[in-house]
Design a binder for this molecule. Sequence first.
Ligand SMILES: Cc1cc2nc3c(=O)[nH]c(=O)nc-3n(C[C@H](O)[C@H](O)[C@H](O)COP(=O)(O)OP(=O)(O)OC[C@H]3O[C@@H](n4cnc5c(N)ncnc54)[C@H](O)[C@@H]3O)c2cc1C
Length: 444
Amino acid sequence: MKIVIIGAEAAGMSAAAKARRAAPDAEIDVYEMSRVISFGACGLPYFVGGEFDNPDYMAELSVEDFARRDIRVHTGHQALSLDPVAKRVQVRDLASGEIHVAAYDKLMIATGASELRPPLPGLTLGNVFTLRTMADGLALREAARNPAVRNVAIIGAGFIGLELAEAMVKLGKQVRLIQLADRVMPDAFDPEITSLMEDELRLHGVAVHLSESVGALQGKHAVERVVTQRGEYDCELAVLCVGVRPNTAFLDDTGIQRLANGAIVVNAYGETSLPDVYAAGDCATAPHQLTGQPTYAPLATTANKLGRLVGENMAGGRQAYPGTLASAAVRVLGLEAGRAGLGEAQARAAGFDCRTVMVKDKNHTNYVPGQTEIHVKLVYEADSLRLLGAQMIGKSGAVHRIDALAVAIASGLSARELGMLDFCYAPPFSRTWDVMNVAGNVAK
Ligand SMILES: Cc1cc2nc3c(=O)[nH]c(=O)nc-3n(C[C@H](O)[C@H](O)[C@H](O)COP(=O)(O)OP(=O)(O)OC[C@H]3O[C@@H](n4cnc5c(N)ncnc54)[C@H](O)[C@@H]3O)c2cc1C
């Protein structure tokens, strides 16, 4: 059995490790363009912000570690094309330029995604960054440490934009967050939650520009200003965080089924529309647990889980992924927020007749210091009250509660059942009726 994997980060290496355990005799070859493997980009904003200093923490396993498990990882090798009939991948050694062919019995595509770079004038100026790779993180961290960099423009207010806004505030910068949509994080959180994030950003001095479109970056050698339809803003550093595009262009002539954004469509087994070709991670979709639809949720959690499952299935298993709830969390300065399942607009777009409830309560008992507010939004089916989605925001205790709500959604619980769910209680942690119980009981 010959297993070939393209891409050696979260999805690819989860698959390789699991395939090795499940098929001890298989030949496993992994081809990776870059020189960094097993890298978790999730740490980058915190590395840039100085919360830890050793970049190696983000890529703990080496080529040698995998070689000891008899997994051959070929770094500096780019997959150029796939012939699904002959079951061969054409690969270029980027150092020597040599091209060779890798034959497979089972192939996994785990090529991830790259940051979107819209055709804006000025993107090649100095001190203009994106944040995706280890090299991006090292360069941005160094540039941000220069005391001459006072004003930072962050273009795009998704997860990475907000995490970087926080990092730059902590580094003492004047931060301007410029967002095309009329609110921050519109794809992940509902307006009731994002308006609290926007208040928090402003409270910490971030200039939040909504419904504003960047037309150009200007400067002599390095960036000096950002130009939008509303004005021109001085900055000595700019970061573009406007989304990602799956790295699947090399499959253009294979006929593999993809979404409009290029994400490879996979079923619950991680199989693509091509025989013996699997995919997982940021280059692929994942079935949504509630809608069953192929969903693009470029998250480390999905990449690791579907990656591992693909490894097992390539080795002869038949494990089905239960589906993504796109559960995710973010810290925005003094606030933490989490989400699981469908937002209100997503639920309606998916055809659910849904209702919502928004509740504000306290994180724990009032006589224990540190009592703060938690806001909860539930989305649920109108007739059955079945939970479809949950979002929470607060200073403390919001994100881990979302995990409980993800379990409730995955289990098909109703808001009524949530209202009586036996959550634990002691004064430092919660109240006798936890905020989740309260939200469930208010839902009608
Ligand atoms: C700044 C940042 C913060 C994040 N924070 C979080 C978070 O808090 N929580 C969360 O769940 N997710 C987070 N994510 C998302 C998470 O990092 C990704 O979902 C995850 O890394 C995807 O892993 P992957 O293996 O699918 O792809 P990638 O990590 O993109 O790896 C794909 C690899 O394939 C290689 N490759 C591409 N094309 C080819 C080719 N043709 N030939 C050979 N090799 C190729 C690339 O070089 C790359 O190394 C964050 C992402 C970023 C950038």
